[in-house]
Design a protein around this ligand. Sequence first.
Ligand SMILES: Cc1ncc(COP(=O)(O)O)c(C=O)c1O
Length: 403
Amino acid sequence: MVDYASLFSNNLPRSVSMPEGSSDQVKYIFSITNAVPEVISARKYLDAIGAGLESGGPESLAAYPPPTGHNGLRELVAERLAANRGFHASPDDVFISDGAGGAISIILDSFINPGDAILVEEFTYMGSLRMMLERGAEPIHVLCDEDGMLPDALEGGLASLADAGRRPKFVWMIPVYQNPLGFTPSESRRRALLDIAQRYNVPVLENESYADFRIDGDPLPTAFSGLSDQGDVLYVSSFTKLLGCGLRVGFGVLPPGVRQALPQVNAENLPRRGVSHLATMMVYEYLREHEAEHIETVRSALQVRRDAMLDALERDFPSFCEWTHPQGGMLVFVRLPEGADTWATLPKATARDVKYNPGGVFRADRGRNNHLRLTYSHNSPDEIREGVARLAELFREEGYFEG
Ligand SMILES: Cc1ncc(COP(=O)(O)O)c(C=O)c1O
């Protein structure tokens, strides 16, 4: 028998703690922002694959794909960003990645040395946080209000790093229906934050993975990338939440200086990153035919689910708990009284077939576990009501509802 353990690399990513129960299979999945399942049409997806193969011919699959990904899709991304996000990028600046996560991992691999600081929101998406921690980065959380990072807190964080002779690699934000806090900073807040980052000469990374999911409320403000002409904003987003997480198709938009300078984003390296050209063809053909109608179907499905979750919280959770009322996206962030420990309680929830994310998975210090995130994109409204009822029963038994 080969002793494989002795052969493993000693340069594996660092391990990052996750709560017990987080990989359990359950019926009431409030822990993942899956795409809405019933908007995925086998017929239309197959037609889109057929259209891609017919228009490109056998050569389009026989050959390796272009280094930065499907040319038509890169053009479509640039057109969508100009039309929807006030951001005018050249298709040459766009690269197709295996989900937003793939773009994030390329960017982190290109920039991060162990010990590097990255300023992130008070709670931030667990996947990119985990990738930062695995690479030995030091994410520094910046206090937020309902309009995003607080400018004074960002300035304070940057100033104390500068005093210590440290220059962080990024101000890292999810400025549309933030995951998990739900906010979308206004244009004036964006300008204030950009101004501070620019004064400290630190690039901004914006992750707009939820920009297609406006349910109601105000139209989205212009992206950070559209507010700066300094080439200091990197952009990532994804089609996975819109068309299916299994597709693994996302993208990054990089200022020319980044694209040209760095090995991980050097075009020659990109095809090895595992984006399927077949999947990108499908995304391209499908969006050209069905984009508007698909987005509207997703929007109305999310509206019904969001309302079911907010109604269920209203019905089952005491009023001294607080939760967000998102105008878009796929999740609600809940605050329980101090002392509640949603990290510890997760296995008891999964034993009742419900899964959520404790606040600590969105924090480098794994703390603030009187919070939890509940997603509503996957289950039906009836399932959402049942799952929230089960969670409320558990939290009541745990004494979390005693105020
Ligand atoms: C903010 C954010 N970024 C990135 C991702 C990962 O996206 P993808 O599946 O496209 O890699 C997610 C998934 O939940 C997310 O919420």
